[in-house]
Design a protein around this ligand. Structure first.
Ligand code: ZN
Length: 145
């Protein structure tokens, strides 16, 4: 794994939280993006080599809505940047980690993403992400788009 790419924070109201994090970090978000398949609206702040991703649910079935209902606002996941997401998935599977989606899917901020279940990572939802250069930059993408 290359670095912590970002930390995802579940928020109730993205606009309000954008103001809070803009004031905290003294920068504006560089991007806002809706990921319809995940039921979230996101914004990103860049801090050196890493980012903060704020996530607001767009419907009650969204994983973010469920997370906030259970735990309230707060840190939702830690994302690690990888160079070859498929080989990392294979390596982690062999090491006994529980992979939520074995087939990488298109996530926010132009990334291929795979999630590891918090059951196998001491209660922390882990995201692996690989920069997405095109639709054919990972092998055997299948119908994950
Ligand atoms: Zn993320």
């Amino acid at each position: 794994m290359n670095k912590i790419e970002h930390i995802g924070i579940a928020v109730k109201n993205l606009e309000e939280s954008n103001k809070v994090y803009s004031a905290l970090l003294n920068i504006a978000p560089y991007k806002e993006e809706e990921v319809i398949s995940e039921g979230v609206k996101t914004s990103f702040f860049e801090i050196g080599q890493s980012k903060i991703e704020l996530l607001e649910a767009t419907n009650p079935d969204s994983p973010i809505a469920k997370f906030i209902a259970r735990k309230g606002e707060g840190i939702h996941h830690i994302a690690y940047e990888v160079t070859d997401i498929r080989s990392e998935v294979k390596r982690l599977q062999e090491a006994g980690f529980e992979i939520i989606n074995e087939t990488p899917k298109a996530g926010a901020d132009n990334k291929w993403v795979v999630f590891l279940h918090p059951r196998s990572t001491n209660g922390v939802l882990i995201e692996l992400c690989q920069e997405r250069r095109g639709d054919s930059d990972i092998s055997d993408t299948g119908d994950n788009r």
